[in-house]
Ligand binder design. Structure first.
Ligand code: NAP
Length: 301
């Protein structure tokens, strides 16, 4: 029930209608019986600065930020956390209200990625990692890996230039990791994987509605010693993760990272521990209802 005391948070992006964040956060608020509400806030291009000022004026505690504003929002903020500054991307705003409100930009994707790996029992220190893709998610993952003691990170991308940019950004900053970029193709994927401990898919390949696709050839088994982390979270069980399990490899769903980054934002805003199991269940139920809806529409039920 929303009333005059309800504390608001939300999601700034364009578009925002497919986001899982309202489902996940509102379930968490309900479970903790706190009078908070999470709203989708579609912000058209060129209005992002006005939207951020508006959040502060309307008494919001904060917001998540998604595509295309993770960087464009910088000029509207009072300050950036060290993670957000190092990555050049913000996914969470924390607003300190008062006579002169301040809006701080944070990035919880790094903590979300690390928490998901930790939850699966994977320790990064001293490992060799293959990252596929060189966009915003790959940047957060590479940063998390080099900051946490990976000894090698190889970035495979169809745009080798973007992969090289990531290597340059994170090389030689006092970390022990060796970084290398190469072209994304079948032979490179297989040969680098042979010497890797962790494979991270940071491309949208396999994402709904192209859930039948995978970065890994269906004919070749995935090495069983690999841990495979697919950042794609819709569907929860991607083709790549099924291939990993079928080969005996450990598989981690992008849904875990999504939930964990949401949990970090939740704690920043509320100063409470997030009810992770409730958030996970809300996402899983939401996916189940979407699948049922799609099947109903296509006449399969
Ligand atoms: P992005 O900035 O647009 O980068 C996408 C990357 O994937 C680029 O390197 C792109 O290569 C590559 N790519 C796109 N289509 C490809 C294809 N068909 N074959 C090979 N490479 C392809 O996107 P992003 O923000 O990094 O997101 C990447 C994925 O991670 C998305 O599925 C997103 O939903 C997921 N993600 C998940 C979480 C989570 O919490 N689980 C968080 C962030 C992102 P080019 O440069 O050549 O186009």
């Amino acid at each position: 029930m929303i009333d005059g005391r309800t504390q608001l948070v939300g999601l700034i992006g364009w578009p925002v209608e497919h986001s899982l964040s309202p489902v996940m956060h509102n379930a968490a608020f309900a479970a903790l019986k706190i009078d908070w509400c999470y709203l989708p806030l579609p912000v058209p291009p060129q209005r992002v600065e006005a939207a951020v000022s508006g959040l502060a004026a309307l008494g919001f505690r904060g917001a998540n930020v998604t595509i295309p504003y993770k960087r464009a929002i910088f000029s509207a903020l009072s300050s950036l956390s060290p993670h957000a500054e190092a990555l050049g991307a913000v996914n969470t705003l924390l607003i300190e209200q008062g006579d002169d409100p301040t809006t701080i930009g944070e990035n919880t994707d790094v903590a979300g990625f690390l928490a998901a790996l930790q939850g699966a029992g994977f320790a990064i220190a001293g490992t060799r990692v293959l990252v596929v893709g060189a966009g915003g998610a790959a940047r957060a993952v590479t940063y998390a890996l080099v900051e946490n003691g990976a000894c090698e990170v190889v970035i495979l991308s169809r745009s080798i230039k973007r992969a090289q940019e990531l290597v340059e950004q994170f090389s030689g900053k006092g970390q022990r990791a060796r970084l290398r970029a190469a072209a994304l193709n079948g032979p490179n994927l297989v040969s680098v994987s042979k010497d890797s401990d962790l494979l991270v898919n940071a491309t949208p390949v396999g994402m709904w509605p192209n859930a039948g696709r995978s970065i890994w050839s269906l004919e070749i088994p995935i090495p069983s010693r690999l841990t495979v982390f697919d950042l794609v979270y819709n569907p929860q069980q991607t083709r790549l993760l099924k291939q990993a399990r079928n080969s005996g490899a450990r598989a981690i769903s992008g849904l875990e990272m999504l939930i964990q980054q949401g949990a970090c934002s939740f704690s920043l805003w509320t100063d409470r521990q997030a009810p992770i199991d409730v958030m996970r269940e809300a996402c899983v139920q939401h996916f189940a209802s979407l699948v049922a809806f799609t099947q109903e529409r296509s006449g399969k039920r």
